[in-house]
Design a binder for this molecule. Structure first.
Ligand SMILES: O=P(O)(O)O[C@H]1O[C@H](CO)[C@@H](O)[C@H]1O
Ligand SMILES: Nc1nc2[nH]cnc2c(=O)[nH]1
Length: 289
């Protein structure tokens, strides 16, 4: 096993012996969203290639930095860049950092991503609060919890019907309203596909019929492992493109367009996140319930 409890413990201790930060909140920055980690104070950066047992980022705009720092007075850890199945990593490698966060004492994980909008009401640049997901690779056996279950992380058959905390979603909705962002903030179901190609029109139509509001190539394995080990989860998806459901439409999505939109909207997402983190006392109250 490449990501055993002992591997996780080793990496956790390696990091904790090199930083004084003891974060309670972890943030995974999606495509084009590295900015989310830029405004922290008391910053300490580790390159993924220097961290034992970590993988390296191979996707443009996924910087490959683990950033510790304070948002207001709250210590946080940010992944500037995540690992994807299509990069050739096993799902155990993809989700390895989540378990490190758990062992470090993190209680809440915020996963962000760029995704394509399937819901016809969504506009490019909207933020979708993820209320649920469809684990399409999981249906085909590509699941991060396949294999022997280590009870030190969690139970064999975890419940996923409440993977995305209702209370945290409500808090973000309230914050968005206060910031005047209600018009761009939605809730919806995220569907993970393995990628790396974007969807055919027939595939997009199928995902839409199945109840997906947006589609991307990440997040679900991280959330599944986070829920398995008892972390609170908030998922925020930036709609970077409209997915074509119609053969008469000419738009063709590409990664540069995805990055362009996510970089454009990263500041807005950062405001929401920073306000959310600053109110993490409310989050902690929720965690202890
Ligand atoms: O999910 P994140 O990492 O934000 O990235 C999304 O953007 C990339 C495609 O442009 C894919 O990796 C997709 O999953
Ligand atoms: N699969 C998929 N991933 C994305 N990431 C950003 N946009 C998209 C999209 O349209 N489809």
């Amino acid at each position: 096993i490449c990501c055993s409890f002992e591997h996780c413990k080793f990496t956790t201790e390696w990091l904790l012996s090199r930083t004084r930060h003891r974060p309670k909140i972890a943030v995974v920055c999606g495509s084009g969203l590295s900015l989310l980690a830029e405004s922290v104070s008391n910053k300490q950066v580790f390159r993924y290639e220097d961290i034992p047992n970590f993988s390296v980022s191979t996707v443009p705009s996924h910087d490959g930095h683990l950033v510790f720092g304070n948002v207001k007075d709250k210590s946080c850890v940010f992944m500037q860049g995540r690992f994807h199945l299509y990069e050739g990593y096993s799902l155990c490698k993809v989700t390895f950092p989540v378990r490190i966060f758990k062992l470090m004492g993190v209680e809440t994980i915020i996963v962000t991503n760029a995704s394509g909008g399937l819901c016809q009401d969504f506009k490019v640049g909207d933020i979708m609060i993820i209320k649920d997901h469809i684990n399409l690779p999981g249906f085909a056996g590509q699941h991060p919890l396949c294999g022997p279950n280590d009870e030190r992380f969690g139970i064999r058959f975890p419940c996923m019907s409440d993977a995305y905390s209702k209370e945290l979603r409500k808090l973000v909705l309230n914050i968005s309203a206060e910031l005047g962002y209600s018009n761009f903030v939605r809730e919806g179901v995220y569907c993970m596909v393995s990628g790396p190609n974007f969807e055919t029109i027939a595939e997009a139509r199928m995902l839409h019929i199945l109840g997906s509001d947006s589609v991307g190539m990440s997040t679900v394995p991280e959330v599944t492992v986070a829920k398995h080990c008892g972390l609170r989860v908030l998922g925020l998806s930036l709609i970077t493109n409209k997915v074509s459901l119609d053969y008469s439409r000419e738009e063709k999505v590409n990664h540069e367009e995805v990055l362009h939109i996510s970089k454009m909207r990263a500041e807005m997402l950062q405001k929401v996140l920073n306000t959310f983190i600053a109110r993490s006392h409310q989050v902690e109250a929720i965690n202890s319930n």
